[in-house]
Design a protein around this ligand. Structure first.
Ligand code: UN1
Length: 477
């Protein structure tokens, strides 16, 4: 079986490979992927540091061309890369191809941004002095990505990092080295100079830790769990390094009496259960007013009955497997917790078997939940959602905001008044009206508030805030 190696200082290196397993069929090994040692990480960081002066001053046309070429190859190979993604992560093939296209679009967007670098020129408050404000690259950026979006999240961190002239040390999640390796290979062949982009696959405790401990990483951008995010923050403060964190969510979706029932059910089913609920933007709290409550629960339950849970590659599958055994155990533990806390299991709740051995779980819906239950406060990260019954819009808003998190929030309503009020008063970074809380555009800011996020926004032109540092220059005329 081919060994996929790490890319360090422009060379593919590494001998010890770990198996990448398909969660839809645990008998299937997708490939062998090398693991980096702490020394490898230090070598990668040194290479990125050495490559920085030249890359940060490289021509914008060179950066544009490499990012564009990468986008073109991702688009041309979307079926193949989508299959790889579906096999290693377990989301359905259409979802995986969609995510691959998103990655291609992100590289295309930042290829364009490379040609739009700009600053400001203004007069000083003192006579005969001019002021220039420019953005410069930050330095070596550490990129740490999660398993749930194996190609889109690496794309939305790597593309802006390179666009603005940074060099990169990239550590993908251990469960999904395949897509990470594929996009690094594409970027490498697209013509990146040696050391500009380094791939270090392996364990968080080894590879991630060596990155956190390095004084030579000028910035770290991280998406993953709240626990690890806090460690990234603490280590970054120690080294006076810039950091950006995207962590958990416990996203509310309000359904008001005046909602279009079909719109509400589609939005709840999509954001609660698609991608196996493994999105930090998933809705796990469905906050429903009294007048529509029973109709909504009945219609959502009917919808869940029609969703096919099966192999990610099978045509007709709506929900693929849970990513691994550990995540499945977390999900089923939370289902037990929900039952013990007194929520009513309205649908699902059980693991299921399919033709091949995999981590299959029914979409699971609780009703009669309260916002104080653990299933309403803690992120589960599985196909599990709860309905919380409320009296009116005012109570729904209060419940929606009563959470440690603040990533995205949704409302299903036909009332302009309530939609407008919610957009203004939701304590989330992203608000969706009559749309799922998950599934975001690639050209606009992404990020949350409270315990969900720290630092400036990702994506679109707002990404420049993190991946550049501002310089103010004064000149006597
Ligand atoms: C989306 O909902 O389209 O980890 C993207 C996550 C998010 C990405 C969600 N950072 O789930």
């Amino acid at each position: 079986m081919t060994l996929h190696q790490n890319l360090i200082a422009g060379e593919w290196v590494g001998s010890n490979g770990v198996e990448n397993i398909n969660p839809s069929n645990t008998n299937e090994v997708i490939g062998l992927y090398a693991t980096a040692s702490a020394d490898d990480v230090r070598t990668a960081i040194a290479a990125a540091k050495q490559a920085f002066p030249a890359w940060s001053r490289s021509g914008i046309l060179e950066r544009h061309a490499i990012l564009k070429k990468t986008s073109d190859e991702i688009m041309a190979r979307k079926e193949e890369l989508g299959r790889l993604l579906a096999r290693e992560e377990g989301k359905t093939l259409p979802e995986a191809i969609g995510e691959t296209i998103r990655a291609g679009q992100i590289f295309d967007f930042f290829a364009g941004e490379a040609l739009r670098l700009a600053g400001e020129v203004l007069p000083s408050v003192r006579p005969n002095i001019g002021v220039e404000i420019t953005r410069e690259a930050v330095g070596v950026v550490g990129i740490i990505t999660p398993w749930n979006f194996p190609i889109a999240i690496p794309a939305w961190k790597i593309a802006p990092a390179l666009c603005y002239g940074n060099t990169v040390v990239f550590k993908p999640a251990e469960l999904v080295p395949g897509c990470a390796h594929a996009i690094v290979d594409i970027l490498h062949r697209a013509g990146l100079p040696k050391g500009v982009l380094n791939l270090v696959m392996g364990k968080g405790s080894v590879v991630g830790q060596a990155m956190l401990d390095s004084a030579d990483l000028a910035a770290i951008t991280f998406t993953g769990s709240t626990g690890t995010g806090k460690r990234v923050a603490a280590a970054s403060i120690e080294h006076n390094r810039k950091f950006q964190l995207e962590m958990g969510g416990k996203n509310p979706m309000i359904v008001l009496d005046d909602a279009d029932l079909t719109v509400a059910v589609e939005a709840a089913a999509n954001s609660g259960f698609f991608s196996t609920g493994q999105r930090c933007t998933a809705s796990s709290r469905l906050i429903v007013t009294e007048g529509i409550h029973d109709k909504f629960v009945a219609a959502l339950t009917e919808k869940l009955k029609t969703l096919v849970v099966d192999d990610a590659l099978k045509a007709g599958t709506h929900i693929g497997p849970v990513v691994d055994e550990r995540q499945l155990a977390t999900d089923t533990d939370y289902i037990d917790i929900g039952k013990k806390e007194g929520a009513k299991l309205a649908f699902g709740g059980d693991t299921i078997t399919r033709e091949n051995p995999g981590f299959y779980l029914q979409p699971t819906l609780f009703t009669e939940a309260t916002n104080q239950m653990r299933i309403s406060r803690e992120e589960i990260f599985g196909p599990v959602a709860s309905v919380i019954r409320v009296k009116d819009y005012e109570e729904a808003l209060a419940v929606a905001n009563d959470t440690p998190f603040g990533l995205s929030a949704g409302i299903a309503t036909t009332s302009l008044k309530h939609a407008t009020h919610f957009k203004r008063n939701s304590e989330a970074g992203m608000v969706m009206v009559n749309l799922p809380t998950a599934g975001v555009d690639f050209h606009v800011p992404f990020g949350g508030r409270k315990a969900s996020s720290f630092g400036s926004r990702e994506q679109g032109k707002y990404a420049a805030e993190f991946f550049t540092t501002v310089k103010t220059a004064y000149t006597l005329a």
